[in-house]
Unconditional design. Structure first.
Length: 175
């Protein structure tokens, strides 16, 4: 798999620093409260698992399974399963990357419509060059250029999620 990577964008060590910093900041911001963390399956699993190790406050955890990618292109949003009960809860959506923004904007609005007290967004990576809608994350680990990245939860056709770093996939792999 590593031979399919053009370059490393975010190293394993950098990811650890990002996760630690974000987790501690979220814990500070939500101290004395009981937020609900909702992970976007499947990509957010490694990030959310590591992040919550540093959010040492009472909280609950749930997941939403959604997909919008086919290969390297974002398409129609497909949601599987039921939405968590968020009535009167402070919610933090956790995702691997904020790219087009369509999925996160959809779920932020949906959770607010379902009665969430507040909805914040935490992403490991932000790719502003891919944005198609107006949304910003409240917690951002780092920025990446408008290239197709994989690893640490990010995938190409369900592959590469288990890489311990974020890398740019060689174009010949997906062309």
């Amino acid at each position: 798999m590593q031979n399919d990577i053009k370059k490393i964008s975010v190293s394993e060590e950098e990811i650890k620093k990002i996760v630690t910093s974000l987790g501690k900041q979220i814990a500070k911001d939500y101290e004395g409260r009981n937020p609900m963390f909702i992970g976007m399956l499947k990509g957010a699993v490694p990030f959310m698992t590591d992040l919550l190790k540093y959010v040492l406050i009472p909280c609950t955890v749930d997941y939403i399974k959604a997909s919008s990618y086919s290969g390297t292109k974002s398409g129609s949003l497909v949601v599987q399963g039921n939405m968590p009960d968020v009535k009167d809860r402070e919610v933090v959506i956790i995702d691997d990357i904020l790219d087009t923004g369509r999925t996160l904007l959809h779920f932020k609005k949906t959770l607010l419509d379902l009665g969430a007290k507040s909805v914040k967004v935490c992403v490991l990576l932000d790719k502003p060059g891919g944005r198609l809608v107006d949304i910003q994350a409240d917690y951002v680990g780092g920025l990446v250029p408008n290239e197709f990245v994989v690893g640490y939860g990010l995938d190409y056709n369900e592959k590469y999620r288990n890489l311990p770093f974020i890398g740019v996939l060689k174009e010949e792999i997906y062309k």
